[in-house]
Design a protein around this ligand. Structure first.
Ligand code: 13P
Ligand code: SF4
Length: 330
């Protein structure tokens, strides 16, 4: 077996290259490698601080897909989770898309298995399918229009009022959209384990102790939390709200990695991460997002592994629903 074949089979098992990197200056090496290879590093706001700081672009899932659609780089290094890198690959079937850890998945995407969803869709043949971007390529291939939390309301409102809709996979975002748009949608029963872990009792106690604070939340959170939130929005929506709000203090109910960018953009504001139910768990950290590290980012850029691949026929089908979203988001 050649060294490359060995590395590839190891990645299938582990998800990343397990090579020791003593005395490596990751920042220096990553900067050299990305220039040499014409690579672009796209990172989500939930990535660890160092990855956000070295990325060429940091954004929410919509902005990251838009960047991926227009990049002229030869290699896209996606510092995020699998569905995000997969979306970038579908938009760039002939480019190399790398993910520092191939096992960086998503509990929400996992909550919608393609076989079960196909059966559900078959039961409702007159429904148009709107799926959140947090889904596999298989689900996107069964979808009419993809959406993210920053454009979901606009996309639902663009659909004729008499057209029945299936919304998948997030039941919380779906319920919030029903409330916002007045549309009666059929919801898939999926959820994100990070956003479902927030404790409404502890958040309300914290709010009672900090009555000058504003509660802000991502729409993947449960309805009782969204009801008490002063602002509900995508990661970029939350960042923008903190920047522009007159309030000085915020209780932030989304993955805790966002506080890094929030502190950079709004240094004068007091940011309190929303507490979770289980005191013994770092549940407000997305364990998948945190699988990527500076070391894995360096290794994947150096060896151009692990690579995200999507079957070309599946990719063509999934592309239609992603392109509709990009068109409607202009
Ligand atoms: P955003 O689109 O708001 O960045 O959300 C992505 C995500 O995975 C939230 O958990
Ligand atoms: Fe998926 Fe939730 Fe992690 Fe976002 S925070 S990537 S929805 S598991």
């Amino acid at each position: 077996m050649t060294a490359l074949e060995q590395a590839k089979s190891e990645i299938q098992e582990k998800g990343f290259l397990d090579i020791k990197t003593p005395n490596i200056d990751y920042i220096k090496e990553i900067n050299l490698l990305r220039k040499e290879k014409n690579a672009v590093i796209l990172a989500h706001y939930y990535q660890e601080d160092g990855i956000q700081d070295i990325a060429d672009f940091v954004g929410d899932s919509l902005a990251l897909a838009q960047q991926a659609a227009k990049t002229s780089a030869d290699i896209i290094v996606f510092a995020g989770v699998h569905f995000m890198a997969e979306t970038a690959k579908i938009l760039n079937p002939f480019k190399k898309v790398l993910l520092p850890d191939l096992k960086a998945g998503c509990s929400l995407a996992d909550s919608c298995p393609p076989v079960d969803f196909a059966a559900f869709k078959k039961l409702h043949p007159n429904h148009l399918v709107v799926s959140y971007v947090n889904t596999s390529a298989e689900i996107k291939s069964m979808t009419d229009i993809v959406c993210t939390s920053s454009n979901a309301e606009k996309i639902i409102n663009s659909i004729p009022k008499d057209q029945p809709i299936i919304f998948a996979p997030d039941r919380n975002l779906g319920a919030w959209l029903i409330k916002k748009t007045g549309r009666d949608m059929l919801l898939w029963d999926g959820a994100c384990m990070v956003h479902e872990a927030f404790s409404i009792d502890k958040i309300l106690k914290l709010y009672a102790e900090n009555p000058d604070a504003e509660i802000i939340a991502h729409p993947e959170s449960k309805a009782h939390l969204l009801k008490v939130a002063k602002y509900v929005g995508s990661t970029s929506g939350l960042l923008n709200y903190v920047k522009t709000s007159k309030a000085k203090k915020f209780i932030v109910a989304t993955e805790v990695g966002i506080l890094h960018k929030m502190r950079q953009e709004s240094p004068d504001k007091i940011l309190i991460p929303a507490p979770v139910d289980d005191d013994n768990c770092n549940c407000s950290e997305c364990m998948y997002m945190k699988m990527n590290t500076m070391q894995k980012l360096y290794l994947c850029l150096k060896y151009e592994l692990p690579e995200v691949t999507v079957d070309i026929e599946l990719s063509k089908k999934a592309l239609v629903s992603i392109e509709r979203m990009l068109e409607l988001s202009k």
